[in-house]
Structures are given as structure tokens and as C-alpha cells.
Design a binder for this molecule. Structure first.
Ligand code: NAD
Length: 258
């Protein structure tokens, strides 16, 4: 198993869902963890502490570049470096373009796309100095294909895939790599909201709404899990992945194979 002993991993948006799942796998591999995100962080902190590594939580709002800079200052003070950066924070809003709330558009672009630029620009100098680093952008199948009603999300995720490629090119002569993971549906609060909305709109039971959502897009008929995505992230941290650069790795139950 890949060891991340002595390394520090910052996972944005890791108080729940995919981010927490990735943080847990990286912690099990020995990395110190910086959690970020809103809501109650106690359970997430306890889950990471149980692995025996060091962990802190910083609640920087990913819409705000000054707060992101402040988070990096705290991390540098405490751990000296960010070796593994996982840009995971993200939100969703579903609506046709004509009625799409303009503030929601700005928030989605800021959290799902621009925060990845700010964290990358702040993490890269230290990674270059140590000549090792892993930047893993949690994009989505929506970084590769579209879905009606998700204009801001699809635009942001396509942008994040673009940022991934440019970061990979600008670090190609170093031992710093940057790649994107593109999940299909994962059962987290972000997707539960879409299931609840579908159930209310179509008068479906929770089980039927879940099956309908998956059935429309994901041929496997099952959700991808945060743990599976954590293990993919760990694989990208391994020495064997040293020349995986600018990749968009799907874990989508066959969604984009159609
Ligand atoms: P989630 O709602 O469970 O978690 C989102 C995390 O981001 C939480 O920790 C939340 O506190 C944090 N967050 C939200 N706004 C923030 C802000 N302004 N500043 C800092 N943190 C903020 O969602 P999730 O499903 O685990 O999604 C995580 C990532 O995976 C997102 O980028 C999402 O687009 C992506 N993704 C999710 C799915 C899915 O099916 N769930 C599929 C593909 C990609």
C-alpha cells in the first residue's frame, strides 16, 4: 500500500461526503490531514483521529480567496507544507438557464472552479521546492458531458478539467502531478437533495426516486462510494502514478461509456 507517512493532505469540502471519504483513506495511508468545510466538523475530526494521524479543521469559505490564503497560512504554520491537495469542495443547483439564480451561478463557479485555482497557486510553490506533490481535482462526469438543468455545475466542472490539464502541463518537468477524478452519482447530501426533489416532483417513494435517478444515467445501477474514490486518489499518489498527468479518471458506473 502507498505510504503517505510524513506528508500533509489538504482536502477542501471534507466535513462530509466524498471529501471526508478521501480524507479517511489518505489518513489511513499515514498523511496528516487538513479538513475544510462547513457544518459540524466534530464527527469528521474524530473519524480522522481514529486513524492515528494529526488532523486540523479550517472553515475557510471557498468563495473567498482571502480566507483560502488564511487557511494556507495556518497549514504552513502547523505542518510546513501541503504535499497532497484535493480540490473537492462543491455545491449543486438544478434549474433551467432562463430561471437560474444568478447568485447561485456565481457561488458554483467560485466554489467548484475558482477555489481550485487559488489553492493550486498557493500549494504549487512549496511542491516545486520539495519536488513532489499531488494535486487531485474532484471534477465529475459533468466535466466531460452535460446534463440539462446543471449549467453552472457543468461549466464549472469542464473548467476544472481544463485547469487540471494546464496545471499538469506547467508541472510536467517536475515530480508534481495534477489529475482529475470524474465520479458519476455518489450517495452524499449533494445527491440526496436531487433525490428528494425528484421524489417530491414526481410523487415517488425514496427508493423509486433513487432508482430513477440512477437508471437515467448510470448503467451499473449502483452508486459509486466515497471510499472507492479515496482509493483512486491514493492510487494517484503512488509512485506508479508518477507519469499520470492531466488525466480525467472516470468512476461512473459506465455513465460516459454510453
Ligand atoms: P457534500 O455536499 O456531501 O459535501 C460538500 C462539501 O463541501 C461539504 O464538506 C461542505 O461543507 C463543503 N462546502 C460547501 N460549500 C463550501 C464553501 N463555500 N466553502 C468550503 N466548503 C464548502 O457533496 P459531495 O457529493 O461529497 O461532493 C463533493 C465533490 O464531489 C463536489 O465537488 C461535487 O461536485 C463532486 N461530485 C459529487 C458527485 C456526487 O454524486 N455526489 C458526483 C460527481 C462529483
Amino acid at each position: 500500500m502507498t505510504s503517505l507517512n510524513g506528508k500533509t493532505a489538504l482536502v477542501t469540502g471534507s466535513t462530509s461526503g466524498i471529501g471526508l471519504g478521501i480524507a479517511q483513506v489518505l489518513a489511513q495511508a499515514g498523511a496528516n490531514i487538513v479538513l475544510n468545510g462547513f457544518g459540524d466538523s466534530d464527527a469528521a475530526l474524530a473519524a480522522i483521529r481514529a486513524t492515528g494521524t494529526e488532523v486540523i479543521h479550517h472553515a475557510a469559505d471557498m468563495r473567498n480567496s482571502k480566507e483560502i490564503e488564511a487557511m494556507f497560512a495556518v497549514v504552513h504554520e502547523r505542518f510546513g507544507a501541503v504535499d497532497v491537495l484535493v480540490n473537492n469542495a462543491g455545491i449543486q443547483h438544478v434549474s433551467p438557464i432562463e430561471t437560474f439564480d444568478a447568485q447561485k451561478w456565481d457561488d458554483i463557479i467560485a466554489i467548484n472552479l475558482s477555489s481550485g485555482f487559488h489553492t493550486t497557486r498557493l500549494a504549487l510553490p512549496g511542491m516545486r521546492t520539495r519536488n513532489w506533490g499531488r494535486i487531485i481535482n474532484i471534477a465529475s462526469v459533468h466535466g466531460l458531458v452535460g446534463s440539462a438543468g446543471k449549467s453552472a455545475y457543468v461549466a464549472a466542472k469542464h473548467g476544472l478539467v481544463g485547469l487540471t490539464k494546464v496545471t499538469a502541463l506547467e508541472t510536467a518537468l517536475t515530480a508534481v502531478t495534477c489529475n482529475a477524478i470524474c465520479p458519476g452519482f455518489v450517495l452524499t447530501p449533494l445527491v440526496q437533495q436531487q433525490i428528494d426533489d425528484l421524489a417530491a416532483r414526481e410523487r415517488l417513494s425514496p427508493d423509486d426516486a433513487r432508482a430513477r435517478l440512477l437508471g437515467e444515467k448510470q448503467p451499473s445501477g449502483r452508486f459509486v462510494t466515497p471510499e472507492e474514490l479515496g482509493n483512486l486518489a491514493l492510487m494517484l499518489c503512488s509512485p506508479q502514478a508518477a507519469e499520470v498527468r492531466g488525466a480525467t479518471w472516470v468512476a461512473d458506473g459506465g455513465w460516459t461509456a454510453q
